[in-house]
Ligand binder design. Structure first.
Ligand SMILES: C[S@@+](CC[C@H](N)C(=O)[O-])C[C@H]1O[C@@H](n2cnc3c(N)ncnc32)[C@H](O)[C@@H]1O
Length: 229
């Protein structure tokens, strides 16, 4: 199994439907703050189920959702086919788009699942797809020293604040026994130190900077804003 098949299948990474709803609502609200103008064309790459995509779409002109997992795209199409501000694309579909198609490209909580050559290919593609003045927002990047235990603590704090602590405790126990844990041990996750990731961006032709706070609830992870240099 690889990470894309994991996300394509039935997984229990969100501890409850409330957690999933609050997770996506929080992310959409955080991302909307980075939309440069109301007509902006935005690409959310590795978007997952994007339950709150309409909130992000309301802040921009056109939102393109892209995920590599075919089952995830099918759910997105079912959910958002009536919303003309939202379109769903496969990675091949995005690769075929003309230069300068987007004003903002987002990759949130994606990089940990990408091997370095895949990341380098995507950075080159995103640079090409950004319109003049456009920006890349890469968030939820995991530094090497953040353990699964600190991720769990961040989740519990989020759950305690938003009323799903019981479900979070049960969910964490389930994750500890789940295919996610096995796959994480087998495939690992890609992690970056801040300086190393800035160097990756620079090698790909971006001028990047660390952005605080991170998108979402986990402030142990990092966000970066980058512009084509
Ligand atoms: C942790 S989820 C993040 C979803 C969403 N961005 C969020 O922040 O909640 C990672 C998503 O990335 C997708 N993914 C993994 N590898 C990918 C790739 N190479 N290209 C596009 N999507 C990918 C997975 O299918 C999964 O839906």
């Amino acid at each position: 199994m690889d990470w894309i098949s994991f996300w394509d299948g039935a997984h229990a990474i969100y501890v409850s439907s409330r957690h999933k709803r609050l997770h996506y609502a929080r992310i959409a609200a955080d991302l909307a703050r980075h939309v440069p103008h109301p007509d902006a064309r935005v690409l959310d790459y590795g978007c997952g189920e994007a339950l709150s995509a309409p909130a992000l779409a309301a802040a921009c002109g056109q939102l393109t959702l892209c995920d590599a997992a075919p089952g995830v795209r099918e759910k997105l199409r079912e959910r958002f086919s009536a919303d003309r501000a939202i379109s769903v694309a496969s990675p091949d579909g995005v690769a075929a788009l003309p230069d300068g198609s987007f004003d903002l490209i987002i990759a949130n909580s994606l990089l940990q699942y990408l091997e370095r050559p895949v990341l380098d290919g995507l950075l080159a593609q995103w640079r090409r797809l950004l319109a003049p003045g456009g920006r890349l927002l890469v968030a939820d990047v995991i530094p090497p020293d953040v353990s699964a235990v600190r991720d769990a603590a961040a989740l519990l704090a989020f759950a305690a604040r938003d009323g799903f602590l019981g479900a979070a405790l049960v969910g964490l126990a389930r994750t500890a026994l789940s295919p996610y844990r096995k796959l994480r041990a087998e495939l690992g996750l890609s992690t970056y130190r801040e300086a190393d990731f800035l160097a990756v961006l620079s090698a790909a032709g971006f001028a990047g900077e660390r952005m605080r706070p991170n998108v979402g609830h986990n402030q142990n992870r990092m966000a970066f804003i980058a512009r084509p240099a």
